[in-house]
Design a protein around this ligand. Structure first.
Ligand code: B12
Ligand code: SF4
Ligand code: SF4
Length: 336
């Protein structure tokens, strides 16, 4: 093992990355999956996925002299806080704590800085999530995990509750071997997905995914999906919780990911001003969804809970002058 390889593994572990694997830089294998996803329109209104397609198709677009892709994973799995019941909505577990973009982005920067300081002449690039890097494609290529039928990168016997990040290096490190697919005949995720977003042949139609609908999608949520959202007010974990590979995290999980908002008080969300919602969700992944989207989701979930105690707050939402919220509140009132 070269000094650089040892330094990458040691520094990444010190910064809290529980798994580190390497792939050879260039076009990610199986990128035809990304193109098929776009061609089928499965990206729905996420136009940036098409706009950034060329950059994702070869990591050397981000660092021309790249020789290696280092794939980094950080666990976020935490025991689920008890269900408070009543008029509350569920938040997907990746969003319970502080925003991972900031936390992991900073650690990737620290990692790059440390390596560049120790290895003069080394060029690096790094990012988490929002940059044009095809993270699950690289995770699969680097043997960090296999891609399950639920679409997630899964470590056999450990699960999928981890975030991914990628770092490019101008030096060659030996690539790791891919992990064989371990779904076998299991199809629990396909069967549990409330909206049928997962495709039998592999991949997903994001337009049908509750995670997309509640976080990324603007405007009305199609009626066909509203009841299927159940109590999900932000994101969805159904296809992960059923996975037999899911286990509690083996190593320490950053305190920043401790569950602060696993359940949202829906009437309070509906009545809060835009500014109050922005302030409340500052520094949390929940900040990604505009206040109108969170209120729209809250109205649907109140309809799904069906508790008549929500009538007064839904009536105020219906009559408050926001056309989209009014229509969702009206739908919810019809279900009480
Ligand atoms: C856009 C996006 C979404 C969209 C679309 C999801 C999707 N499946 O494409 C929406 C908003 C729906 C979403 C939801 C979620 N996301 Co998201 N998302 C992304 C993002 C930004 C790009 C994903 C992408 O390129 N999609 C296009 C498709 C083609 O690529 P892919 O899904 O990665 O493809 C792999 C597999 O799905 C499979 N596959 C795809 N098509 C096909 C076709 C066939 C035939 C086969 C066999 C396989 C196959 O193989 C590919 C790898 O080789 C990535 C971050 C990044 N920069 O990559 C995060 C990311 C994938 N998301 C993440 C998370 C945590 C989630 C949620 C769990 C959040 C939640 N709880 O609500 C859900 C999970 C939904 C799911 N079952 O996938 C993590 C996943 C970590 C992991 N362990 O896998 C990522 C990596 C962010 C991060 N930095 O940690 N997400
Ligand atoms: S996140 Fe939920 S809606 Fe999306 S594919 Fe998984 S189970 Fe289906
Ligand atoms: S639930 Fe079963 S089919 Fe789905 S990803 Fe996990 S092992 Fe694979």
């Amino acid at each position: 093992m070269t000094d650089l390889h040892i330094a990458v593994l040691r520094e990444a572990a010190r910064l809290g990355f529980g798994r580190v694997r390497v792939a050879r830089a260039g076009p990610p294998p199986n990128f035809d999956r990304y193109d098929a996803f776009l061609a089928a329109g499965y990206h729905a209104e996420m136009a940036w996925m098409a706009e950034s397609r060329d950059k994702r198709s070869d990591c050397r677009q981000m660092l021309p002299q790249a020789k290696s892709v280092v794939v980094l994973a950080m666990d976020y799995a935490q025991p689920a806080p008890p269900d408070p019941g009543g008029l509350t909505g569920r938040v997907a577990s990746y969003a319970w704590g502080r925003d991972y973009h900031a936390l992991i982005g900073l650690r990737v920067r620290h990692l790059r800085k440390a390596l560049e300081a120790a290895f003069p002449g080394l060029a690096t690039w790094g990012a988490v999530d929002s940059a044009p890097s095809w993270e699950r494609g690289w995770a699969e290529a680097a043997g960090l995990g296999f891609n399950g039928k639920n679409g997630l990168a899964i470590v056999p016997g450990e699960g999928s509750y981890f975030f991914l990040a990628t770092m490019l290096l101008s030096e060659e490190l030996p690539p790791d071997a891919p992990v064989p697919e371990r779904c076998g005949r299991c199809r629990r995720c396909l069967d549990v997905c409330p909206t049928g977003a997962l495709l039998e042949a592999g991949g997903m139609d994001a337009a049908k995914c509750i995670s997309y609908l509640t976080i990324e999608h603007d405007g009305p949520i199609p009626e066909a999906y509203r009841a299927k959202m159940g109590r999900w007010v932000f994101g969805c974990d159904d296809c992960q919780t059923v996975c037999p590979h899911q286990h509690p995290a083996k190593g320490p999980v950053p305190e920043d990911f401790a569950p602060r908002r696993a359940w949202l008080p829906l009437p309070a969300i509906l009545e809060a001003t835009d500014q109050a919602l922005r302030d409340t969700f500052e520094g949390s992944p929940l900040r990604r969804a505009a206040p109108d989207r969170i209120r729209r989701n809250a109205a649907i979930v109140l309809g799904n809970i069906g508790d008549p105690r929500a009538r007064a707050v839904l009536l105020r939402a219906r009559d408050g002058g926001n056309t989209i919220l009014a229509e969702h509140a009206d739908w919810a009132l019809g279900r009480l």
